[in-house]
Design a protein around this ligand. Structure first.
Ligand SMILES: [Zn+2]
Length: 127
């Protein structure tokens, strides 16, 4: 299930439906580097948080949340979404920022897999 769409209005509706719906939902969306957005039914919030992976975790490659982040209530999330145009107008460099996957080094799988923004953590593909 896609949890975050590109349209602001649709994004707000999707998050509200996910959190207030009858289904059990746990949605985790990677937004770059070690940062993820989480929506979990029952918590009524959108959690923007940095994650980490233990260096000595040879068998356990799972990532864990840090204390660095913010959990926004649904009304706070909606307010933030309405401010995106204002933020972009005030900070043109943010508005014109392009994701790393548009760069030429992402045109092949090797370059994409070696990007630390796209793949900040050790991936254990053997298991
Ligand atoms: Zn990348």
């Amino acid at each position: 299930m896609g949890c975050i769409s590109t349209s602001r209005r649709r994004r707000q509706q999707n998050v509200k439906a996910l959190v207030e719906g009858d289904q059990n939902v746990k949605c985790m969306h990677h937004i770059g580097g070690a940062y993820y957005v989480n929506v979990t039914s029952g918590f009524h919030c959108v959690d923007l948080r940095m994650f980490y992976q233990s260096y000595d975790a040879k068998d356990d490659t799972s990532i864990k949340p840090t204390k660095r982040g913010v959990a926004l209530r649904l009304n706070e999330w909606s307010s933030l979404c309405t401010l995106i145009d204002t933020i972009n107008a005030s900070h043109p460099t943010l508005a014109s920022a392009q994701p790393c996957y548009y760069d030429d080094d992402h045109m092949n799988q090797h370059g994409w897999l070696n990007c630390v923004e796209c793949h900040p953590f050790l991936i254990n593909l053997g298991q």
